[in-house]
Structures are given as structure tokens and as C-alpha cells.
Design a binder for this molecule. Structure first.
Ligand code: SF4
Length: 126
């Protein structure tokens, strides 16, 4: 995939205190993701569904890059982020892949994100 078309990866960690991320070393995970996965960048946000998360998304989504979001249940993410995507002129169903990576160790979460990126690449090549 050309560099400018690579997706970004955002991991949201529910303030870092959520038991759902206890099985993971989040810093090792995000470092492995940003170095080894075909993404433009990868980073951690502490609480995307809070008001400052909305403000962050309002700025960040202006670049219109496709995203993978690793966080809580996709249906919850959909409800919480739909408005921000729509306000940026994006369609959350087409422009983002939302993954639940809670209750996983690093390896399982990495594989899940990797599989989603491979799927996106396949779809982009159609
Ligand atoms: S978006 Fe999901 S993972 Fe992130 S803080 Fe909100 S509930 Fe937690």
C-alpha cells in the first residue's frame, strides 16, 4: 500500500486503569504495532469517548485517513464516534475498522489488528 494510503492505528485504553487491558503490556504492544504493522503511525489515547476525545477527533479526522481503532466493543465505539466521523465528512463504517482488543495479551491483540489491516489492504486492492 502506498505510504500516504496507509491507515493510522489508535488504541484507546480506558484511562489505563480498566481491567480489560490488564493482560497486556500496552507500551510494548503499541511500540510493536507502530514498528511492525503497515500503518502510518500508531499511538495510545487515554479516553477517546470523553469530551477532550471528541475535540481530539474533531481535529484529527480532518486529514481523512482510514483508521483502525483498538478499544472497547465496536458497537459502543460506533455509538460514541459516529458523530465525530460524520462531522468530519467521513462514514464510520467505511473509514474505520473498530476492534475490541480488551482481555487479550499482546500477541492476540497484535494478531487481531494485523488481520484487520490485511483485510483493509485486500479490500483497497479490489
Ligand atoms: S472509547 Fe471505549 S475503550 Fe476508550 S475510554 Fe471509551 S469506553 Fe474505554
Amino acid at each position: 500500500m502506498p505510504e500516504q494510503q496507509k491507515p493510522g492505528f489508535i488504541m484507546c485504553v480506558c484511562t489505563g486503569k480498566c481491567p480489560g487491558f490488564r493482560a497486556m503490556d500496552i507500551w510494548d504492544f503499541i511500540n510493536q504495532a507502530r514498528v511492525e504493522l503497515p500503518v502510518e503511525y500508531a499511538f495510545i489515547h487515554p479516553q477517546l469517548c470523553e469530551e477532550d476525545g471528541d475535540r481530539f477527533l474533531a481535529d484529527f479526522l480532518k486529514v481523512h485517513r482510514k483508521l483502525v481503532i483498538g478499544a472497547c466493543a465496536p458497537n459502543m465505539q460506533r455509538k460514541m464516534f459516529k458523530r465525530a466521523f460524520a462531522d468530519a465528512g467521513l462514514d464510520i463504517e467505511k473509514d474505520a475498522v473498530m476492534l475490541d482488543i480488551r482481555d487479550m495479551n499482546n500477541e492476540r491483540a497484535f494478531e487481531k489488528v494485523q488481520a484487520a489491516l490485511a483485510q483493509m489492504e485486500t479490500e483497497a486492492g479490489r
